[in-house]
Design a protein around this ligand. Structure first.
Ligand SMILES: [Zn+2]
Length: 387
C-alpha cells in the first residue's frame, strides 16, 4: 500500500473552501495525507486558483499556526507569527476538516532556512570563515536553535492533529541559498562553495574544541584559500573528496558537522511521539547530511524527483539506494505541473518509474501552485501506482 500526500498551504486550502477541498483531496484525488506548511521561508506565489488578485507575498519567514509560548521558555528564540496566522488559526481549521474526512495532516516544517530568525538572532546564525553572518541560516550547532526546533515540533504535535513531522532544511545551509538576489563575479568550483559554506560561529567552534579540533586554524586556512581565489579567479584543481581527506583536521571538522546534524535529528525524534520524515536537500560536505545515518533515525526519508524523465527518476532513486536506504522508506516528490509534468501521461510515467523501483511514498508539489485541473493528473498517477 502506497503513502500519498500533497504539499500545500493553509491559505490556499481555506480560500478554496476548506471542507470541500479536503473532501476532494481525500475522496476524488485519492490522497492519504496533505503536507501543510507550518513553518515556512519567504515566497512570492502566483495563486492560480484565485479569481481575483493573483499574487501573495510573504516578506518574512514565519509560522502558520498559534504557538504555545510556554514551550519556548528555555530558548531565547521565539516563533514569529505570519499575519495570516494572527487573523485566524487556519491550521486548526484544516486539521479539523482532515479529521472529519479521514485525511492525515503532515507538518511540512522548514527548519533552519529562516531569514527572519537568523536576522533577529544573529548570534545563532551561521557565520563564514570571514565572520559574515548568514542571515538566511540558523546554525544547527547552537543549543538555542536545537531547543527552539524541538519546542516547535512538540508544540505542533501536542496542540494539532499532526500525523507526522516532515523536516526540511534541518542541516547546515550552503552559501547561495540566501534571502537575497545573489551577485558575484567569480568562477566558483566545488571547493570554493564548500569553503564559503563552512560555519565558524562560536557554537561550531565550541563543539570543535570539545573534540580537540582547532577551528581557528581551519578558519584561517579557509580564508587564505578563498582570498587566493578572489585574487586569481581560479578554483582549486582538486576533487572536494580529495581536498577534505588530505587534511585530517578538516576531515574531522566535516565529520563533526555531520554528527551535529544527525544528533539533532535524533534528539528531535526522541522528543516527540509522532513519526519524523526527513527531506534530503543538500549533501554531506555542505549540508552535513549523512544519508544512510539519517535514514536510520527518521521514519521516512524524502527526495525530490522533479523531472519529466523516468530515467532521471530512476537515477535519483538509485543514488539514494546506494546509501543503503530501503526503497520502501523513500518518499519521492513530484512536481505535478509544467515543466516536470507537462501533461498527465508524464506524471503517470514518472510516478510509475519510482513505484517500479520499490518506492512506496509519493508527494505531489503543490496544491495551490498547480492549476486545479492537474488534481485529475495526480488522481491518475495514484490510480496507476495502486494498480
Ligand atoms: Zn555554526
Amino acid at each position: 500500500m502506497s503513502y500519498t500526500t500533497m504539499w500545500s498551504y493553509t491559505w490556499d486550502l481555506i480560500e478554496d473552501g476548506t471542507d470541500e477541498t479536503i473532501r476532494r483531496l481525500r475522496q476524488d484525488v485519492g490522497l492519504e495525507a496533505i503536507s501543510v506548511a507550518t513553518s515556512y521561508h519567504t515566497y512570492e506565489m502566483l495563486c492560480c486558483h484565485r479569481p481575483g488578485r493573483k499574487f501573495l507575498w510573504a516578506p518574512e519567514s514565519a509560522v502558520y499556526f498559534r504557538p504555545q509560548t510556554a514551550l519556548y521558555a528555555e530558548t531565547p528564540i521565539k516563533p514569529h507569527l505570519s499575519p495570516l496566522a494572527r487573523e485566524r488559526d487556519s491550521l486548526r481549521e484544516v486539521g479539523d476538516r482532515c479529521l472529519a474526512h479521514g485525511l492525515k495532516l503532515v507538518s511540512w516544517t522548514v527548519c533552519l532556512h529562516n531569514s527572519h530568525l537568523a536576522t533577529t538572532y544573529p548570534d545563532h546564525a551561521q557565520s563564514s570563515a570571514f565572520g559574515d553572518v548568514y542571515l538566511h541560516a540558523l546554525c544547527p550547532s547552537s543549543p538555542a536553535v536545537r531547543t527552539y526546533m524541538i519546542a516547535l515540533a512538540r508544540d505542533l504535535t501536542t496542540n494539532y492533529p499532526i500525523a507526522a513531522v516532515e523536516l526540511e532544511s534541518l542541516n547546515f545551509q550552503g552559501y547561495g541559498q540566501s534571502h537575497y538576489h545573489g551577485k558575484y563575479g567569480l568562477r566558483f568550483g566545488p571547493i570554493e562553495s564548500f569553503l564559503l559554506s563552512l560555519c565558524f560561529c562560536r557554537h561550531c567552534s565550541a563543539r570543535a574544541q570539545a573534540r580537540g579540533i582547532d577551528a581557528s586554524r581551519l578558519q584561517e586556512s579557509a580564508r587564505q584559500t578563498f582570498n587566493q581565489f578572489c585574487e586569481t579567479d581560479t578554483p582549486v584543481n582538486q576533487s572536494l573528496d580529495d581536498y577534505v581527506r588530505s587534511q585530517p583536521e578538516l576531515d574531522a571538522y566535516v565529520q563533526l558537522r555531520a554528527d551535529t546534524v544527525s544528533s539533532f535529528v535524533r534528539e528531535l525524534k526522541a522528543a516527540i511521539a509522532t513519526p519524523v520524515y526527513y527531506l534530503f536537500m543538500g549533501d554531506y560536505y555542505i549540508g552535513g547530511i549523512r544519508y544512510g545515518e539519517i535514514a536510520g533515525i527518521a521514519d521516512r526519508v524524502e527526495i525530490l524527483t522533479y523531472t519529466a524523465s523516468p530515467d532521471r527518476v530512476r537515477d535519483g532513486i538509485a543514488s539514494t539506494l546506494a546509501h543503503g536506504i530501503r526503497p520502501d522508506q523513500i518518499v519521492a516528490g513530484f512536481q505535478a505541473y509544467y515543466p516536470a509534468s507537462p501533461d498527465q501521461a508524464t506524471l503517470v510515467h514518472t510516478t510509475q518509474a519510482a513505484f517500479d523501483q520499490g518506492v512506496r511514498g509519493f508527494s505531489f508539489y503543490n496544491y495551490g501552485i498547480m492549476p486545479k485541473k492537474n488534481l485529475d493528473w495526480v488522481n491518475a498517477a495514484i490510480e496507476g501506482i495502486r494498480a
